[in-house]
Design a protein around this ligand. Sequence first.
Ligand code: SAM
Ligand code: SF4
Length: 325
Amino acid sequence: MFDSFGRKIEYLRISITDRCNLRCRYCMPNGIDLISMKDILTFEEIVEVAKTASSLGITRLKITGGEPLVRIGCTDLIAQLKALDGIEEVTLTTNGILLSKYLDPLIRSGIDAVNISLDTLDKEKYKTITGFDHLEDVMQSIDDCLLNGIRLKINTVLQQDLNDDEWPDLVMLAKDKPLDIRFIEIMPIGQGAYFKPVSNDDILERLKIQFPGIVEDERKHGNGPAKYVSIPGFTGSVGFISAIHGKFCSSCNRLRLTAVGELKPCLCFGDTIDLRKILRNTDGSERHQLLTDTFQNAIMSKPESHCFENRSLITENKRMISIGG
Ligand code: SAM
Ligand code: SF4
């Protein structure tokens, strides 16, 4: 289905939990008031929302959180979503800590690709950024995924004066490993508002100096707004998601579903549309119709663009862990 600005909406990010085994400083540094499990959508409810989404032309789903792999049964849910009519792709975004542990059921679920968030290759910085000592687990997960032929992207958020000097080492991950490394500019959502973003344009300029043979990579790598470059001799590509310095709203193709069942038309604004109320208070054909109508309304209420450049207009005040990225 197309929204009121002519954009085709075909991608739904589904947060399945507000819980996490890390405390990333730009995401949820001071812990979080956990939502009671009874307020979190059940897997049956998530599947029902996904069926509605699919009936309106959404073909791709991303499972996120919190940390999705801390929710028991995450891989069973992925298998159920993969089996739905009209769903062409289900992918996962994770901090990678539990990936090796759940790799076999994840492969059996039919997962199409995995994104791992990793901001540093330095053990001490990893602890500073995430609050925990799990870098080795993440690196093991990367190798295990690649050994098993899983399509992999590494997502990195750079912060000034902390890990902004690490991009050359992170880029080198794509030299011999068949993965894409992507730099995501910090968005001023939740705690992210207190960190200074590193401009992706600057990283790209420096990359061009270091690798003069670099070329744009126009192949399709996923469902998002990332722009890619290829470096001669590299197995993987380097991507840039530049929400701040390269606004890409005109090609926005997504909605977000929070763990408590709110549909979120845009990352920048706090407006949400409650599906849980419908899921829990209606049934049969009334529920089906209400879900469909409400989903359509959410698509039609997508704003033309975000307003990250004018912070006084941002109305989202949830932390990213509650939104799912
Ligand atoms: N726990 C999973 C993970 O870390 O990939 C999934 C949820 S996490 C909220 C999804 C993504 O959001 C991560 O890649 C994280 O780096 C990113 N993120 C969190 N806060 C952000 C912010 N303020 N700006 C940009 N990206 C952010
Ligand atoms: Fe957890 Fe992901 Fe947020 Fe880090 S970015 S605290 S791993 S949800």
